[in-house]
Each structure stands twice: as C-alpha cells, then as structure tokens.
Design a protein. Structure first.
Length: 401
C-alpha cells in the first residue's frame, strides 16, 4: 500500500526530543511513505530513501507503554509480538512524523523525522555514522597537536566539548598553563567524569622510588607500551601532569598505534591477521596482586575497524596458542615493534612543569627515555578515565549546547 504525503509544510530543522533526552535535528522532510512486504520506505524531500523493517520499527516504538517515562528504559519485549507484524496503516501526520497503526493489538507508534534519519541502518548510513579516527605520524602531529589552555576547558563548556572531541578524534592532546599544584590532574579529569581506580591508586605519582613495583617508578628507559594490558579492559584516557621536571632526559615518546596497525594491514595482511586474531599473554605480578589477561595485540570490531592496541613487552608472558600459529605471531609482533621504533612514527615531547598530556591509552603507545636526577627532580601525577565516560560527556554537552 502507498500513502501520499500530507500538505506541504515549511522546511525547517526539526529539533524534537524523544524519551532518551537527545534532540534529533534534520533539515530533511519525509515526503512519501510506501509499504512493502516486510518493510516500509520513506522518501525524503532531497530524493534519498530509507528502508525500515516492520519488526525493527515495532521494537523501537517510543510510546509510554513501550518505554518508561521514569527510567527512559525499554519496557517492551520483542517476543510479545509476532515476527510477521505489519502496519494496518502508515502515514505522515501534519508534523511530518511517521505514524503506524499495527495489525497486532491495534498498537499505535509515532516516529520523529530526525530520529528516523539518525537511526537509518542502510549501508551508506552505517558507514557515515562509523567513527573515523584521525591517524597521525611524527610530521602530522607536530603540526596539528591539539593544544588547549587549562583555564578554558575548566571554565567553558564549549571549550570543554571542543577539547574532548579533538581528544577522541586524534587520541592525544596537550593542556598548557595547568599550574604545578599537586592534585590538579584529578580536577581536570573530573571535568569529564569518574576517575578509574587501579592497583596503582586513584591518582598515582610517577617518580623514582626505592620500592618500585613498575619500571615507571624508576629512572630507567620505559619502552613503548599501553598501560595495564593485563586487565580485561585497559584504561581509556591517561592523564600525565608534570609538576616538576629538572632532570636530564626523560623525554616522552608517543606513537599512534592505530596508524601502525593500519600500515601493517595495508602492507603485511598476513601479519595483521596474526596480530588481530592470535592472543598475547600479559602478566602483572606483585606481592599482593596477580593480574593476567590474554588478547590480540590489535583489537577490531565486527566491521574490521581497529578499536584497541594492547602492548607492553615488559609485561608479556609465554605464548599459549596453537603450534601452527606461533611463528606467524612472532613475525607480526616483531614487525609491530620494529615499526614503532621508526622515527617517522614517533612524537617526542619533553614535558615542562605546568603541562598536562592526555592520550587514549587503548590507541596511543607511550614511552619515556631514561633520566638522570643529578640536575634536579622529576615528578608527574597521573590518573585514568575510561572512554565510556569521554563519549558520554561529549553526548551530554552536545545535547545541551
């Protein structure tokens, strides 16, 4: 069945809120609804089309019977309607909302145009919505390193949003004029959300000490790595605030692990397969703790997009994989390390007192040159905030600004 569009309305951005708080804006206006066997088609005023399965539309009804107005959580369960459910009628109301009366229990559903646009699941729409990180090497990050003044992101929600979006996109950012007051890193991190506790504490002091339980707490060179690969979920953002740096050496070296992984995928696909499918083992052993986890060095999602790098050679345990996978994994692993050692991929920065560097620990590998304390002290404070908190904060800021 086919339904004509309602009388013309002025074209304007639709900014309406559904039960999830989010406003869905679109400049497109639905013009026509056409019903097929198991899905309907919406034709937009720019000529584009979107298809939605009936069972998907029924599953996403936003009425108060289906979604709690108190908790904003779904009450409806899909097993309570037949898989063959279809509309008795489907049309566009004068507000250009899609209205459906279902053939089961005469239930009514209503969908905003902006919501439908935002949740279209065509191949093109899903590709458009797929987040694409901005990869970098030495030359590009030197030119385009996101730099922000600490006072701006502490006082301005707009500056905070811009900083967080840059941080998510590039995976690294430098805050300047932070000051040198101990504990400041905690205040900065809390502009995003909760700090993640670990066995190193809520806020940890990075300085040489006699009872070191990590190479980070010595004066030794620290190889490129991600923090806590021994955990099921590695920390997301890592904050490092420089309180004092009068020592000789100690430069920070950072590498975009996603850039290295994509390079391997393009030039050495067999190595990429080994690194993304065969697990490495990581151990972190201390007197009162023993953390262990196994996972591939390169994490990917169902689309093949790179989502995580898990790497710390000094925490690796023996391989525990099938015999016919051992050599392939060693070939890939050696290649990965060799590439991270190439200067074209390395960003080197000597932190000065009052600077705070933040980076995505699940993407950016970091290291530190050895340092000598004869010329003075070196003291950094750090903490972690998970990427879930970063993304949540961005969404809330975008909804309110």
């Amino acid at each position: 069945m086919q339904h004509s569009s309602p009388p013309p309305v002025s074209k304007r951005a639709i900014n309406s809120e559904v039960v999830g708080f989010t406003p869905y804006k679109t400049d497109l206006v639905p013009r026509l609804v056409t019903c097929g066997t198991d899905q309907l088609c919406i034709e937009w005023d720019n000529g584009a089309t979107s298809f939605f399965h009936y069972i998907w539309l029924r599953d996403n009804c936003q009425c108060e019977r289906c979604v709690s107005r108190l908790t904003r959580e779904q009450l409806f369960e899909i097993c309570d309607v037949p898989l063959s459910i279809k509309p008795s009628s489907a049309y566009l109301n004068p507000q250009r909302q899609l209205v459906i009366e279902w053939d089961f229990e005469h239930h009514h559903s209503q969908y905003l145009a902006g919501w439908l646009q935002a949740h279209c699941y065509s191949d093109a729409a899903r590709e458009k919505h797929q987040f694409q990180p901005q990869l970098w090497d030495k030359l590009s990050i030197v030119r385009q390193l996101p730099r922000y003044c600490a006072a701006d992101i502490m006082c301005s929600e707009t500056s905070l949003l811009n900083w967080l979006k840059d941080l998510r996109l590039v995976g690294i950012s430098l805050l300047e004029n932070v000051g040198t007051t101990p504990g400041t890193v905690e205040k900065v991190a809390q502009r995003i959300s909760f700090i993640r506790q670990s066995n190193f504490g809520r806020v940890f002091d990075v300085k040489a000490k006699a009872s070191a339980n990590s190479a980070a707490y010595t004066t030794l060179r620290l190889p490129l790595h991600t923090d806590l690969p021994t955990r099921e979920l590695q920390p997301g953002l890592q904050f490092l605030h420089c309180l004092i740096n009068e020592a000789t050496g100690g430069e920070s070296i950072l590498v975009d692990g996603f850039k290295i992984a994509e390079y391997i995928r393009r030039h050495q696909p067999a190595a990429f397969k080994a690194l993304s499918q065969y697990p490495l083992s990581f151990y972190n052993k201390a007197v009162d703790s023993d953390y262990r986890f196994s996972a591939p060095l390169i994490g990917t999602d169902t689309t093949g997009a790179i989502t995580e790098i898990r790497m710390a050679n000094f925490l690796r345990g023996p391989l525990a994989i099938a015999p016919d996978q051992v050599i392939d994994l060693y070939v890939g692993y050696r290649l990965f390390i060799e590439l991270t050692r190439q200067q074209r991929f390395q960003f080197t920065h000597r932190l000065s007192a009052g600077e705070l560097i933040v980076f995505d620990n699940r993407r950016v590998l970091h290291s530190r040159n050895a340092f000598d304390l004869k010329q003075g002290a070196r003291h950094l404070q750090g903490c972690y905030v998970d990427n879930d908190e970063l993304n949540s904060r961005i969404r809330v800021l975008e909804r309110n600004l």
